[in-house]
Design a protein around this ligand. Structure first.
Ligand SMILES: Cc1cc2nc3c(=O)[nH]c(=O)nc-3n(C[C@H](O)[C@H](O)[C@H](O)COP(=O)(O)OP(=O)(O)OC[C@H]3O[C@@H](n4cnc5c(N)ncnc54)[C@H](O)[C@@H]3O)c2cc1C
Length: 426
């Protein structure tokens, strides 16, 4: 990344950054115009929503969103991209909508957070904050599987952060010969999007069934069960994937992968080895790197928070939302990140106004597509009870449903996507 001069940096930040720049001769935010300054790090489902809802709740608060990329590629509905059911371009979102709300968007990588001095460092400058929101998503535990490091992802993709990785895996699947073998390595709990690996497996099986019927996907899993387990198992049976196009190997049958060799495209479990044409490794996960820089991640790799506000229990005035937070009772999903962002936004505004945080509710709905006309879902509405996130209502799609019902749920996935993307980015 090019080093920015103070002049070009302020220009890049829309001229407003001077309000929050410190260490560059600018006044601290509290002194400059008495405007409270909120810095949001990460412009994904959590961060973009938080920035928007804080600004909407109080236009007098100065909100700066720091996001390293110019565009955001949505992971939700990126699995259909892998099998040609969807274009990668429709997953791509910009930040113009947020700017229209009066949010200053700065495209920089945050390289340091000083929670004592309340400062955030980027290559281009240092920002002071009154309140800091961190929503950096996940980072990968590259030391967990021998042989799997960042360099390996060039050929053995993770495709667990949408964008260029999605395109590589899509092209590998497309180029694979009929009669080929693909291996998908599923991650251990907890990880982003609990049903995601199994939606991916379903759609690849659908692709093989319809386009390359001599091919097979082997899913190697360090777990014996996963989200929407019964619905996936029954769908795989009904759609004719099981055994023929898709083989799922659970932990109990030796599914845990211990080593990979990217040079030979070989995956090793404790008992076996699999040489494949295409290998997709979804690695074990932890909070985004910036959470560690800020010192708000615990020894398990996630960020403990007060469930009522999402304020870190390790640093005052720092709020951690989305995948990085240890929000027991909520899945690591885009919808949950969006919901947590609204809880944190309301708590931040209340705190800036010297009021108590309002009582939160949290929502999540997640659709999984097993075939173009076959969708399943899970829904959850929760509240805070005895200091814990507690389920109020929700549940899974019925185990027995008509083809029309399953088709409807696949269509709902698209409606859900349009609605949440508009709520987050427009
Ligand atoms: C294949 C797949 C399918 C999925 N399907 C669904 C679904 O159907 N429904 C659903 O609800 N969820 C789904 N998810 C999960 C969803 O994508 C995540 O839970 C969600 O993105 C979490 O939001 P977040 O804000 O925590 O992180 P992200 O959306 O990952 O955003 C983090 C942002 O922070 C930025 N960032 C990180 N570090 C820095 C830094 N140091 N400086 C500046 N910027 C930084 C990143 O560039 C990124 O833009 C899916 C995930 C996958 C992988």
């Amino acid at each position: 990344m090019s080093k920015l001069t103070r002049r070009s940096f302020v220009k890049a930040a829309g001229g407003v950054a001077a309000v929050g720049l410190a260490g560059c001769g600018a006044a601290s935010p509290s002194i400059a115009g008495n405007k409270a300054q909120v810095i949001v790090v990460g412009g994904g489902y959590g961060g973009a929503t938080a920035a928007k809802y804080i600004k909407k709740a109080d236009p007098n608060v100065s909100v700066i969103l720091i996001e390293q990329n110019k565009h955001y590629y949505s992971c939700p509905l990126s699995n259909p991209v892998l099998v040609g059911m969807r274009d990668l371009e429709v997953q791509k979102w910009g930040y113009e909508g947020l700017k229209k709300h009066g949010i200053t968007v700065v495209h920089e990588t945050v390289t340091g957070v000083d929670t004592g001095a309340k400062k955030v460092t980027t290559a281009g400058g240092v920002f002071s904050y009154d309140k800091l929101v961190l929503s950096p998503g996940v980072s990968f535990n590259y030391d967990a599987i021998e042989g799997y490091d960042e360099a390996a992802t060039k050929t053995m993709t993770h495709a667990w952060k949408a964008g260029p990785q999605t395109a590589i895996l899509r092209d590998q699947i497309d180029a694979m010969k009929d009669g080929g073998t693909m291996v998908l390595v599923a991650p251990p709990n907890p990880f982003r999007c609990p049903p995601g690996p199994y939606e991916r497996a379903s759609l690849i099986a659908h692709y093989f069934k319809t386009k390359k019927p001599k091919s097979k996907l082997i899913v190697l899993d360090p777990k014996d069960k996963f989200s929407k387990f019964g619905l996936f198992q029954s769908g795989w049976e009904k759609l004719g994937y099981k055994g023929k196009y898709l083989e799922w190997v659970p932990a109990g049958e030796g599914g845990k992968v211990t080593r990979v060799d990217p040079k030979t495209n070989t995956v090793y479990t404790e008992m076996d080895e699999f040489k494949a044409d295409v290998v997709n490794v979804i690695p074990p996960q932890k909070a985004g790197k910036v959470a560690f820089l800020a010192g708000v991640a615990n020894d398990k790799g996630w960020c403990p928070i007060d469930f009522k506000t999402f304020e870190s229990t390790m640093a005052k005035d720092v709020y951690v939302i989305g995948d990085s937070s240890a929000a027991a009772g909520l899945p690591k999903s885009g919808y949950a990140a969006n919901s947590e962002a609204k809880v944190a936004a309301a708590a931040i505004i209340a705190s800036l106004q010297g009021k108590p945080a309002p009582m939160p509710t949290y929502v999540n709905t997640c659709y999984s597509i097993l075939a173009p006309n076959y969708g399943i879902s899970v829904a959850l509405v929760s509240t805070l009870k005895d200091g814990k996130i507690t389920k109020l209502s929700g549940g899974l799609s019925p185990m027995e449903a008509t083809p029309a019902f399953r088709h409807q749920e696949a269509l709902y996935a698209e409606s859900w996507y349009q609605a949440i993307m508009n709520d987050t980015f427009a």
